[in-house]
Design a binder for this molecule. Sequence first.
Ligand SMILES: [Zn+2]
Length: 246
Amino acid sequence: MTRPPIRLTQFGLVNTYLVPEADGFTLIDAGLPGLERRVLNTVRSTGRPLKRIALTHAHDDHIGAVDALLAAQPDLELLVGAGDVPLLAARGCKATPTRTLRGGDRVGSLTVIDTPGHSPGHVAFLDERDGTLYAGDTFVNVPDLHVASVLNAVFPLPTLGTSDLLQTTRSARTLLDVPARTLAVGHGRPIADPLAHMRRAVEQAESEREPAPMTRTVARLVARLTGMGSAVAVVGKNAAAKSTHD
Ligand SMILES: [Zn+2]
């Protein structure tokens, strides 16, 4: 029997996972800045070493503790999807990946699954030992499970930060073929026996041609407040594929 993974959550919204391996832990995603202390304390309390950081993608809320963890422990491996290497540097991360990931690669007990869309090099990880699918931000479970391409008025940021909405929906559909027993998302609670929920979320994403007027208004407001104007252009592009934007 392997030990269960450890979920660390910041502000009740941002998840990272410590996945036990024979040689120590793999940290999936590195949260917001400041997470490093909790990671190091948690790992220390187990008496087993942290071996590597494997990123689902290189957005700010998933890379926050990367540099601090590498400063504390320079021998850590850093793994990221090949398509997100430029993004990692662009977001100000000083660390250089020790390995880049593509679909089918192995990271300890984890199998890498290409899921581009939320970011160009977004990946998911399947742990075949316990059937946990670490899906990053392709699916979001705040307040309910939805694909990141579907704007949610309560928690719109993952949608506003998505680089390709249609590709995100396509990647979400490919994850329906994965024999997941638990879905572990970047935002929100993990879901047991998730396939029916995932299927409903994908069907909702595929049926949505246009976000409801209210969610579009909220998206514009949030975009103005957060300076994410370009993301709103992407939302608009998804809503009306033939319309042009600047
Ligand atoms: Zn995120």
